[in-house]
Every structure is written in structure tokens, then in C-alpha cells.
Design a protein around this ligand. Structure first.
Ligand SMILES: [Fe+2]
Length: 433
């Protein structure tokens, strides 16, 4: 393999600040396009790491089964009759046929449609038609191939490797860092998967830096500080903290409160009850000693109390108005405000030039609220609006990937601001050694 990095900064419990790299970090462009590299990833990454499969709402009752597809194989997430979640490789032990093709509810068994072998929801073989033809076949020697499954908040993770270390060790320190947000009190409303002609890394890289706000999301410059946003890199994962309700320093003259207010309504007005296309009107009055961020935070809390009956009074201005964005190795980003949880994941498709962008949207609810039936669908890019900013990200991704095939382009050239992308590649190095 060619040398990947000219920069040799240490990996580990390292904090990388914007601009800290001594020189540009170079990453081999073929990692995004080469089938041989994709085959290495298939084995070392997708066959052996924790990845986000679905939400607890998707498998809320015994008999619920979710099919998680990644690259060339799929996993079943099964809610057993004993209330336990289990994961199995989606392959019949007879001749390997997939057992389930799509999300199912209320199953009492896992029956292969090809020759009708059947396992119970705990993965024990129960029935083999014309069993005598196999001679001495023992049910206890042919259980479904188990993987691991576990949860963080409302998110269900799966690992095809049955010997993998626990999810919470893998995710550390992110669950502890986000304990303030009470993630258990979110319910999934939608899981939408968008097939795109792009490598999974091209997709998730677009959610691993905000350097591109000035290029792709100019509307945001009035309402977000995309420059003074501290990033932290842990061993595997990373975090961005980004203040909303203030103008970008890239706007040389700054922005008035009226302009920031209009920008906020255009980008995320739904949080204050002003949906897409709403006229922002006059900026709300700002009391003495308060800031526009304080006023916006209070408006969001009021909106939630009035429309959802959800009390957000325990979350201060910082928690309501500064986004915490976590990037989890290898392919997941989790966006958190006090009122909001949204997750984007990127999965590989059939070739290095095919991928899926999964968007999982959640609603904040009162503790103990019943689980939902999320909308779960594969949709065409651009066929349904996911909000101005995510729509702009989707519209950019195929162009971003096509350029990586240019024969003269040997390397990506990355800055310290892109440290979460750099960290993804360092971790890919580590797991593919
Ligand atoms: Fe973006």
C-alpha cells in the first residue's frame, strides 16, 4: 500500500484543534474508488465493527425483525419472545439463502422461503422438511450464525463478529459525554435510505467537517459560527461543538440580529414553529442582559411545550443552541441539540462507487412515552425534502465522488479543520493492518 499520510501526528487520546497540522495531510484517493480496497473494508470493517442498524422503535415488540444490509451481506435484528434482542447473519444454514428480505413485524419463526427450513426467534433450528434425506442431522449443530447487538439511547447497533468487545467500550466516551441529553427520551419517526453513486466515505466525509458551509450552505453563514467550532478527536470517534444563532466570522461585516433571525428561520425555523418557506418577520425583542441565542432557546422550549407537551426547561441556552455533532467510526454522525436528535450513516453498496445515505430522524418525547412505528423507506435523492441543509448535502455528494476518478488526482489534501476525516483514515489504517 502506498504511504497514506505525509503528516505523522500521533493517534490516540489526542485533541486536534483547527489549524494544528504542520502541513496538509494526504490520503490516497484510490481508497474511495478501488475495488481491492473495498474488499479489504468488507472483511476488516463491515464484517467486524459495530454499526448502526435501526432504532428501538423498529423492533419494539417480540416478533419484530429488522434487516440491516451492508455491502454484500445482511444481518437480522430479532426481538425474541423472551424480550431479548438478538442479531443473526441473514443466511440459511442449508444453502445460504437470505431468510428475510425486509422489515417484518409479528413473526413467530424465521423460515427460509427457499426450502422452508425454520428457526425460532432465538435462532434454534426447529424444522427441516424431508429431514430423513440429510441422514443424522442435529438441530443443535445448526443454529443461525449469531452476531452481537446492543443499544445506545434509541439506536440499535449490530456487529457481525460474535466475539466483538461490548458496544459501550467501543463507543466510549460518547455515551457519557451525551448523558445530559437524555437520549432515551427520543422516538424514531423516520429512517430514510437514499441510494447514491458515491463511496460511503465520500458520503460521511460530508458530515465530518463544516469547512464546506461557505461552499454548499451559504444561507447558514448568517446563523452559525462555522469557524470557531472546537473539535475533539478521541481514539476512534470525534466531536464538533458549533454555536448557532450567531453570524459566521466569514461574513466580514458580521450580521445584524434581524439577519441572524432571518437566517435561523430559513435554515431551521421548524424548531420555533416557522416551517419551510415561512416569513421570518421582525426579530423578536431581546431583553436587557439577554442575547438572541437566549431568546431563540426560549422560543424553542415554548414551542415544544405548546405543541408536544414536552418540558425542555432543564436545558440551558448552550444546550439548545450549540450543536454537538459526534462522528462515530466508521460511518455514523449523531447531531444533538436539547430538542433534537438526528443521525446520518453511510453504508457501502455493491461497488466502491455505490453507497447509501441513511437519515434517521427522532422526536423528543416525555420519558416513558410509547414507541412509534417509524416511516422506513428507500427513496430517490431529491424526491423528498429533508430540510434545506441536508438536501444541499445530498445534491453535492455524487459530484464530490465522481471527481475522485480523475486519473491525475492521486491524493486528497486535508486541513486540521478536517481532522474527523483524517481520524477516519487513521482508524481504517489500524483495522486493516
Ligand atoms: Fe453540509
Amino acid at each position: 500500500m502506498t504511504e497514506l499520510f505525509v503528516d505523522d501526528a500521533p493517534v490516540g487520546e489526542t485533541i486536534v484543534s483547527v489549524g494544528q497540522v504542520a502541513s496538509p495531510v494526504k490520503v490516497d484517493a484510490s481508497r474511495y474508488t478501488d475495488p481491492e480496497w473495498a474488499a479489504i473494508e468488507a472483511e476488516k470493517v463491515w464484517g467486524a465493527t459495530w454499526q448502526l442498524a435501526c432504532s428501538l422503535d423498529h423492533v419494539k415488540n417480540p416478533g419484530d425483525v429488522f434487516v440491516y444490509e451492508v455491502g454484500s451481506f445482511s444481518m437480522l435484528i430479532v426481538h425474541g419472545r423472551d424480550g431479548v434482542l438478538r442479531a443473526f447473519q441473514n443466511a440459511c444454514l442449508h444453502r445460504g439463502s437470505e431468510i428475510c428480505e425486509s422489515h417484518q413485524q409479528g413473526l413467530t419463526e424465521l423460515r427460509c422461503p427457499f426450502h422452508r427450513w425454520s428457526w425460532d426467534l432465538e435462532g434454534r433450528l426447529r424444522e427441516v422438511p424431508s429431514r430423513k434425506g440429510f441422514g443424522a442431522l442435529r438441530n443443535d449443530e445448526l443454529p443461525l450464525i449469531a452476531g452481537r447487538v446492543d443499544t445506545w439511547g434509541p439506536m440499535v447497533f449490530v456487529n457481525p463478529d460474535a466475539d466483538a468487545k461490548p458496544l459501550h467500550d467501543f463507543l466510549a466516551p460518547v455515551p457519557a459525554e451525551t448523558a445530559w441529553a437524555d437520549l432515551d427520551d427520543f422516538r424514531c419517526k423516520a429512517l430514510l435510505s437514499i441510494p447514491v453513486k458515491a463511496n460511503w466515505k465520500t458520503i460521511i466525509d460530508g458530515f465530518s467537517e463544516t469547512y464546506h458551509v461557505q461552499g454548499i450552505h451559504p444561507e447558514m453563514l448568517r446563523m452559525v459560527d462555522d469557524v470557531n467550532s472546537p473539535q475533539v478527536i478521541w481514539e476512534r470517534h470525534g466531536r464538533l461543538r458549533q454555536p448557532y444563532g450567531v453570524a459566521s466570522p466569514r461574513l466580514r461585516g458580521g450580521a445584524t440580529d434581524q439577519e441572524i433571525w432571518e437566517g435561523f428561520v430559513e435554515v431551521m425555523g421548524g424548531r420555533v414553529g416557522l416551517g419551510e418557506g415561512s416569513d421570518a418577520g421582525e426579530c423578536p425583542p431581546i431583553p436587557d442582559g439577554a442575547t438572541l441565542r437566549d431568546v431563540l432557546a426560549e422560543m424553542i422550549r415554548d414551542h415544544f411545550r405548546e405543541t408536544e407537551g414536552v418540558d425542555l426547561s432543564r436545558f440551558g441556552t448552550e444546550q439548545m443552541m450549540t450543536m454537538e455533532q459526534y462522528n462515530l467510526f466508521p460511518n455514523i454522525t449523531v447531531l444533538i441539540f436539547g430538542d433534537l436528535l438526528q443521525v446520518v450513516a453511510a453504508r457501502p453498496g455493491a461497488t466502491p462507487d455505490d453507497g447509501y445515505m441513511d437519515v434517521m430522524a427522532f422526536d423528543r418525547v416525555e420519558p416513558g412515552s410509547p414507541r412509534r412505528d417509524p416511516v422506513t423507506a428507500e427513496i430517490e435523492a431529491g424526491s423528498y425534502s429533508m430540510g434545506l441543509v441536508v438536501d444541499q448535502d445530498i445534491a453535492n455528494v455524487e459530484r464530490a465522488h465522481r471527481g475522485l476518478h480523475a486519473p491525475g488526482l492521486t491524493h486528497l489534501t486535508l486541513s486540521g479543520e478536517e481532522c474527523r476525516i483524517i481520524n477516519l483514515h487513521r482508524n481504517l489504517d489500524r483495522v486493516t493492518e
